[in-house]
Design a protein around this ligand. Structure first.
Ligand code: SIN
Ligand code: FE2
Length: 215
């Protein structure tokens, strides 16, 4: 990890109040170590194809989770649940590495309970949405990107609010906290061929979330 102390170091860019971009947060060695962790998780909890509530339209990303809880979407809605929707097994544990990153980026926050892993192939995107399925909507969401770069869009807490775009490269971290915790955000596009970190191309994004209200 590039940083060692302080809440938001000089290397962080505050793109709007509460929205912090950490370019190059993970070194190449740290990215590969995280990738090894993610491969083990995917081997045990395979990527699945979520569909939109009601319409059943498939997402263009595939996803899986680790941690006590995982985020899923199907015809009956969005929610966190303790088991994989296809295998029925509990999600794999949240690796120590992700716990350390969480403590480094959001010191003092209650421990993360879920890590959603999104896999974007060429052409995949993620429409503008808010992360609002957590019971505790005050704890920051931490995002880590590995592989091809992406155009990330972040706006305000209302759908029509102005947005800005940020390029997220392999190794970047992004934190949505405070006034931006419930900001609309999404991925407009993947920049194919911009990283050789993933052998098959594409992009992995991990978002760490606290779901329940801590005692
Ligand atoms: C998400 O909002 O769940 C994913 C964001 C990203 O892929 O950077
Ligand atoms: Fe999100």
């Amino acid at each position: 990890m590039a940083r060692t102390a302080g809440l938001f170091p000089a290397s962080a860019v505050e793109v709007q109040p509460g929205a912090h971009h950490f370019p190059g947060y993970l070194s190449e060695i740290e990215q590969d170590a995280l990738l090894a962790d993610l491969r083990t998780i995917v081997a045990n909890a395979p990527l699945f194809q979520p569909v939109m509530p009601r319409t059943g339209k498939p997402f263009s990303v595939r996803m899986t989770n680790c941690g006590r809880l995982g985020w899923v979407s199907d015809r009956s809605g969005y929610r966190y649940q303790a088991t994989h929707p296809e295998t029925g097994a509990p999600w794999p544990p949240l690796p120590d590495r992700l716990q350390r990153i969480w403590v480094d980026l959001v010191p003092g926050a209650p421990a993360p309970e879920a890590a959603l892993i999104n896999h974007y192939r060429s052409g995949a995107r993620m429409g503008l949405h808010r992360d609002e399925d957590e019971d505790d909507k005050t704890v920051p969401v931490v995002s880590l990107s590995i592989g091809d770069a992406a155009r990330f869009r972040v706006g305000g807490t209302k759908r029509g609010d102005p947005t800005r775009s940020v390029r997220l490269d392999s190794g970047d971290a992004f934190v949505l906290s405070g006034a931006s915790r419930l900001a609309y955000h999404g991925i407009d596009r993947i920049y194919d061929g911009t990283s050789d970190r993933l052998s098959g191309g594409g992009r992995l994004n991990v978002t760490l979330r606290r779901v329940s209200v801590s005692e």
